[in-house]
Write a protein that binds this ligand. Structure first.
Ligand SMILES: [Zn+2]
Length: 99
Protein backbone atom coordinates (compact mmCIF):
# COMPACT_ATOMS: atom_id res chain seq x y z
CA UNK A 1 0.00 0.00 0.00
CA UNK A 2 1.45 3.35 -1.04
CA UNK A 3 1.11 6.02 1.61
CA UNK A 4 1.58 9.67 0.69
CA UNK A 5 3.48 11.13 3.65
CA UNK A 6 2.96 14.70 2.45
CA UNK A 7 -0.74 14.01 2.43
CA UNK A 8 -0.90 12.78 6.03
CA UNK A 9 1.58 15.44 7.25
CA UNK A 10 -0.39 18.37 5.85
CA UNK A 11 -3.26 20.05 7.65
CA UNK A 12 -6.50 20.44 5.78
CA UNK A 13 -9.29 22.76 6.77
CA UNK A 14 -11.65 19.94 7.68
CA UNK A 15 -13.19 19.16 11.04
CA UNK A 16 -11.41 15.78 11.12
CA UNK A 17 -7.97 16.90 9.88
CA UNK A 18 -5.66 13.86 10.02
CA UNK A 19 -2.67 15.95 11.17
CA UNK A 20 -4.63 17.58 14.02
CA UNK A 21 -6.17 14.30 15.18
CA UNK A 22 -2.80 12.51 15.19
CA UNK A 23 -1.07 15.41 16.98
CA UNK A 24 -3.80 15.52 19.62
CA UNK A 25 -3.33 11.80 20.31
CA UNK A 26 0.42 12.29 20.65
CA UNK A 27 0.02 15.25 23.04
CA UNK A 28 -2.70 13.83 25.22
CA UNK A 29 -1.91 10.10 25.17
CA UNK A 30 1.62 9.33 23.98
CA UNK A 31 3.68 12.09 25.62
CA UNK A 32 2.41 11.43 29.16
CA UNK A 33 2.62 7.64 28.67
CA UNK A 34 6.19 7.82 27.36
CA UNK A 35 7.26 10.01 30.29
CA UNK A 36 5.69 7.50 32.70
CA UNK A 37 7.36 4.53 30.94
CA UNK A 38 10.76 6.24 31.05
CA UNK A 39 10.32 6.92 34.75
CA UNK A 40 9.01 3.42 35.54
CA UNK A 41 11.92 1.81 33.66
CA UNK A 42 14.56 4.19 35.04
CA UNK A 43 15.46 5.41 31.58
CA UNK A 44 16.86 8.91 31.10
CA UNK A 45 14.29 11.53 30.15
CA UNK A 46 13.54 11.46 26.41
CA UNK A 47 15.34 8.12 25.83
CA UNK A 48 12.10 6.39 24.95
CA UNK A 49 10.85 9.37 22.95
CA UNK A 50 13.97 9.35 20.79
CA UNK A 51 14.16 5.59 20.30
CA UNK A 52 10.41 5.34 19.92
CA UNK A 53 10.42 7.94 17.15
CA UNK A 54 13.33 6.21 15.39
CA UNK A 55 11.67 2.81 15.81
CA UNK A 56 8.40 4.04 14.34
CA UNK A 57 10.30 5.58 11.41
CA UNK A 58 12.11 2.25 10.92
CA UNK A 59 8.75 0.52 10.81
CA UNK A 60 7.55 2.98 8.16
CA UNK A 61 10.68 2.18 6.13
CA UNK A 62 10.02 -1.55 6.47
CA UNK A 63 6.56 -0.86 5.11
CA UNK A 64 8.11 0.77 2.07
CA UNK A 65 8.27 4.48 2.92
CA UNK A 66 11.40 6.15 1.52
CA UNK A 67 13.85 7.74 3.93
CA UNK A 68 13.96 10.96 1.84
CA UNK A 69 10.18 11.29 2.00
CA UNK A 70 10.19 10.64 5.76
CA UNK A 71 12.97 13.17 6.37
CA UNK A 72 11.15 15.81 4.34
CA UNK A 73 7.85 15.20 6.17
CA UNK A 74 9.48 15.09 9.62
CA UNK A 75 11.48 18.25 8.84
CA UNK A 76 8.30 20.07 7.91
CA UNK A 77 6.52 18.94 11.08
CA UNK A 78 9.47 19.86 13.30
CA UNK A 79 9.58 23.31 11.66
CA UNK A 80 5.89 23.72 12.52
CA UNK A 81 6.53 22.65 16.11
CA UNK A 82 9.39 25.09 16.49
CA UNK A 83 7.12 27.92 15.43
CA UNK A 84 4.38 26.72 17.75
CA UNK A 85 6.76 26.55 20.72
CA UNK A 86 8.09 30.03 19.97
CA UNK A 87 4.53 31.36 19.82
CA UNK A 88 3.55 29.70 23.10
CA UNK A 89 6.62 31.13 24.82
CA UNK A 90 5.94 34.59 23.40
CA UNK A 91 2.44 34.49 24.85
CA UNK A 92 3.61 33.18 28.23
CA UNK A 93 2.23 29.72 27.52
CA UNK A 94 3.53 26.43 28.82
CA UNK A 95 7.28 26.16 29.02
CA UNK A 96 9.11 23.00 29.97
CA UNK A 97 12.40 22.30 31.62
CA UNK A 98 12.27 25.31 33.92
CA UNK A 99 11.53 23.37 37.11
ZN1 LIG B 1 -4.98 20.11 11.16
Amino acid sequence: MKIDLDDIATHDASEDCVACRAQDLVSFMLVPAVAAWEHANQLPQHALSLHGAAGLIGFMMQEGARREDIERAVGKLVDEMELQIAEEQAFGGPTQGTA
